[in-house]
Design a protein around this ligand. Structure first.
Ligand code: UDH
Ligand code: NGS
Length: 366
């Protein structure tokens, strides 16, 4: 008779139960690891899409960057102010900006038919720090540039200058500051002396290595005309509309120029004794050449600039002594320049878009 009693496998019930529990726990663990891994991966993908979008935004922004005056949009998505020490350390660790900024757009439409508003310019440049200072956020700028503007009674021109130049300088990825050197009082204007003051005062604020000297009424028509310094002193305004987009003469060094700190010191800065209109730029040219340097220039297309038309200024009549002075640059330049500069700062005003330095530069010796 076969034995019909259940086979005794000799497995105690509690062992089966334990095995099942272990299997269930293992499965649960496996599932949670899988779920965790899945969410992590999702997060990474999400982040990379975000980064791409940011970049896309950035690229879109620069490619659609308008060239008509009243549509200029802020460039600030990619820029910011460095406030904390940690951020400053991070900036120091940043890679250098590219030799050619990827943000440049080339030719720009520049016109002066509609008035511009300073408040609008402020809104359009939210990455500016007080005093018209800017530092690129994503890379370490190749040069620290002080832009110096000689000034008196040209408020309307200054508005256009700020409106056009800030976005351009930011696209050029410069670490820059804008200094408006305002001649105090009613004495005859002295452009070159104001530029010397700008050099000295800007250096008190920051370790600038390059100085761009710009008339307030000149606007570049191409952002590839970089406001930086080169191996030789640079003439920037080489192709002005008022001269039919060419040089008025080969030695012309007026309007906008740049010199590194070293180049500026080599020529003892600019002359202090050209009161009234004319000749001071020729004197600067003579200084450069007499110290064995040459002039660097952009080509005539990149170097196009527009000048805001205006009447002759009061107290800036042609200087009758200018021809005599430029004939003697070599003899005078070592005693007249940054080494003999004297002036009194009346007030320094920090605006969002620029630093205004009101300065008493005295009067011509009679
Ligand atoms: N500047 C002032 N205020 C003045 C004089 C000059 O701000 O009263 C500054 C300003 O930045 C100007 C620069 O100095 O752009 C050079 O001035 P300038 O008179 O040497 O040169 P600009 O090209 O005028 O402005 C040249 C004479 C214009 C005669 C026009 C006749 N239609
Ligand atoms: C020259 C002046 C320069 C001046 C240039 C352009 O004659 O200072 O004209 O002037 N030199 C002398 O007078 C010695 S402009 O047409 O821009 O007014 O920059």
């Amino acid at each position: 008779m076969p034995d019909s009693s259940p086979v005794n496998l000799n497995i105690p019930g509690s062992f089966l139960q334990k095995t099942c529990t272990v299997v269930v726990v293992f499965c649960a663990l496996h599932l949670s690891v899988t779920v965790l891994y899945y969410f992590n991966t999702f997060e990474i993908i999400k982040n990379s899409v975000f980064a791409r979008n940011q970049q896309q935004k950035h690229i879109n922004f620069t490619t659609v960057y308008p060239t008509t005056m009243l549509q200029i949009a802020p460039i600030t998505e990619t820029t910011a102010t460095f406030k904390t020490e940690a951020e400053e350390t991070k900036r120091k660790e940043l890679e250098q900006c590219a030799e050619t900024s990827p943000l440049l757009v080339g030719p720009l439409r520049v016109e002066f038919s509609q008035p511009v508003d300073l408040e609008e310019s402020k809104k359009q440049n939210p990455a500016l720090q007080e005093g018209g200072r800017f530092t690129p956020r994503d890379c370490k700028a190749l040069q620290k540039v002080a832009v110096i503007i000689p000034f008196r009674n040209r408020e309307e021109h200054l508005k256009y200058w700020l409106y056009y130049l800030h976005p351009i300088l930011q696209r050029q990825q410069l670490d820059y500051g804008v200094y408006v050197i305002h001649q105090y009082g009613e004495e005859t204007f002295n452009r070159a002396k104001l530029l010397n003051v700008g050099y000295a005062e800007a250096l008190k604020e920051y370790d600038y290595d390059c100085f761009v000297f710009s008339d307030v009424d000149l606007i570049p028509m191409d952002d590839r005309n970089i406001y930086k310094c080169f191996g030789q002193p640079r003439h920037i305004a080489v192709s002005m509309d008022k001269f039919g987009f060419s040089l008025p003469y080969q030695q012309y060094f007026g309007g906008i120029s740049s010199l590194s700190k070293e180049q500026f010191e080599k020529i003892n800065g600019f002359p202090n004794n050209y009161w009234g209109w004319g000749g001071e730029d020729d004197d600067i040219y003579n200084r450069i050449v007499s110290k064995g340097m040459g002039i660097s220039r952009p080509d005539g297309t990149v170097g196009k600039c527009r000048m805001i038309r205006h009447n002759r200024d009061k107290k800036n009549e042609p200087n009758p002594q200018r021809f005599d002075r430029i004939a003697h640059t070599r003899e005078t330049m070592n005693g007249d320049g940054i080494n003999s500069l004297s002036y009194k700062v009346v007030e320094i005003k920090k605006n969002t878009l620029f630093t205004e330095i009101i300065v008493d530069i005295g009067s011509p010796r009679r």
